[in-house]
Design a protein around this ligand. Structure first.
Ligand code: SAM
Ligand code: SF4
Length: 496
């Protein structure tokens, strides 16, 4: 029986499980990796009770918009004092405004397959879960899903896959090409990010050729013993270092726009934030200053047939979640922070001003979910976990406008080649505003004309007017105004 067929029946051959054995052996030979569990705990313990003065010294440095050192982050993570926690929140909001403006970038995930050979304790898609219906979308089904997403107003997506012979690298590439090929009147997906299992350099080179946006892989937990506990050792995912060095391989393959993340709830959240920071520093030091483009901060939510997910061992409270967002914003001011619809509306509302730069909305996470349901959580036997914010894209766009922020569907940077080192140069010198805010205005205008409800349209036009005024007296004011007119006359995809 072919490898693909046997995978469909729920079991995979040894060949598949051993496909990266040679590479594993190379990583096994390393004396140590860049996450030192003991050192992280020593740093956290050293600052078990920082004084106000300790915290304020770190905040003074953070004001300069520079990446913090792990020990400085440890001081903020351990801070229990309400007054200085408020100061941390204020500075985090201020830095977010300085670096990113009031803009929030929108995307939606597209689940391509729930077939998976791994057995991660927390995940609804793990191979031992009999409560999930297995399915990989055909190319026609992908097209159907994409059409619905486009018609709801989406421009950016992240394609999500399990790890299975059915979704090998050639299939992943074909699915990306399919997504980009779907065009409707005025609509298309302009940026497809990928969230899949770690790949080899050769596989990543293939991915590079099809023109993906961000390549995302979350470490889940940086704590070695916990990693071993929740990822069985007889699976590919059981190999900690194969995952840890995945973004190094991506950089080597030329995939330079990368997203890292942690699944909060598996281990102590303070340790995990330190892990994210060490990962960022490792990438910056190894690749000429280019760290991750984004950091994702999912918290575990309940998944069908998955007892571990109902009651995670290190569940993170809402208060601690807010704090970790602020600490990340202060520690890595130039890295995007993604807060997904796993979080309930109320939590998202509270953390957005503290430093979040990207959110999803109108999300369906079942395989085939856009065709089969109007909202998330309606297909529990097809969904990887449950969603906290099930509102439509239009509802969330409206709310972001109400907060006086600027919803953005912009995809200009990666299409103009402003990624990796290029992007970092622009971001670090704060020129992000020159491109991102005008393009946010232009893409919001398209959304309002093509997809928005009357109420959202009114609010959105108001927001555009206010944000345009911020450019008064600058040359770019005229360019934006002219482009807005051309969009009103029917042109699309105009960008700076
Ligand atoms: N299968 C690939 C992998 O594991 O790298 C692709 C990613 S998986 C489909 C997307 C992410 O969902 C995982 O990396 C994990 O962080 C997150 N996830 C898994 N189970 C979850 C749960 N119960 N609640 C919230 N997020 C979960
Ligand atoms: Fe598979 Fe990813 Fe779920 Fe693990 S987290 S079981 S690798 S889909």
């Amino acid at each position: 029986m072919s490898e693909k067929k046997s995978a469909r029946k729920g079991s995979v051959g040894m060949d598949f499980l051993q496909k990266y054995q040679k590479e594993f052996a190379e990583y096994d030979r390393l004396d140590q990796d860049f996450i030192d569990d003991d050192k992280i705990w020593t740093q956290l313990n050293k600052w078990e009770k920082p004084s106000r003065q300790d915290v304020r010294l770190v905040l003074k440095k953070a004001e300069q918009c520079v990446r913090l050192e792990p020990e400085e982050a440890a001081i903020l993570l351990q801070n229990q004092d309400e007054t200085t926690i408020r100061e941390m929140y204020e500075l985090a909001s201020q830095l977010k405004k300085e670096v990113y403006g009031d803009r929030i970038v929108f995307f939606a995930p597209l689940y391509i397959s729930d077939e998976c050979a791994n057995n991660c304790l927390y995940c609804g898609f793990r191979c031992s879960n009999k409560a999930i219906q297995r399915k990989t979308l055909s190319m026609d089904e992908i097209e159907q899903e994409v059409r619905i997403m486009i018609n709801e107003g989406q421009k950016r997506t992240v394609l999500v896959y399990g790890e299975s012979p059915t979704t090998d690298i050639d299939f992943i590439c074909e699915s990306v090409r399919k997504v980009y090929s779907v065009k409707t009147k005025g609509g298309e997906i302009r940026r497809a990010n990928i969230n899949c299992a770690p790949l080899s350099v050769e596989e990543l080179k293939k991915l590079k050729k099809v023109g993906i946006g961000t390549f995302q892989v979350f470490q889940e937990t940086y704590h070695h013993p916990t990693y071993r506990k929740v990822h069985p050792q007889n699976t590919i995912k059981g190999h900690y270092r194969w995952r840890l060095y995945c973004m190094d391989r991506a950089q080597q393959a030329g995939v330079d726009d990368n997203g890292i993340g942690v699944l909060f709830g598996l281990y102590d959240w303070r340790f995990e934030v330190m892990g994210l920071l060490y990962h960022t520093i490792h990438l910056e030091e190894t690749f000429n200053g280019v760290g991750p483009h984004t950091i994702s901060i999912p918290r575990i939510t309940p998944a069908t047939g998955t007892p571990y997910s109902q009651n995670p061992e290190h569940a993170v409270s809402d208060e601690d979640f807010k704090k970790l967002v602020a600490v990340l914003r202060l520690s890595v001011p130039y890295t995007g922070l993604i807060c997904t619809a796993r979080e309930p509306e109320k939590v998202r509302r509270e953390v957005i001003p503290l430093g979040i730069t990207q959110i999803d909305a109108g999300t369906r996470i079942g395989v085939g979910g856009y065709s089969q349901s109007k909202r998330a959580n309606q297909l529990p036997t097809k969904e990887q976990f449950s969603i906290g914010d099930v509102r439509t894209l239009d509802d969330v766009v409206k709310e972001i406008c109400d907060l006086n922020c600027l919803p953005s569907f912009c995809t200009a940077c990666y299409r103009a080649g402003r990624t990796g080192e290029q992007f970092m140069k622009i971001a670090k010198s704060k020129f992000v505003h020159r491109y991102c805010l005008p393009n946010a205005i232009l893409t919001l205008k398209e959304y309002l004309l093509d997809y928005a409800s009357e109420e959202t349209k009114q609010k959105g036009e108001e927001v555009i007017k206010q944000h345009l005024e911020n450019f008064a007296g600058e040359a770019v004011y005229d360019s934006i105004s002219q482009y807005l007119k051309r969009i009103e006359q029917g042109e699309r995809d105009l960008r700076l």
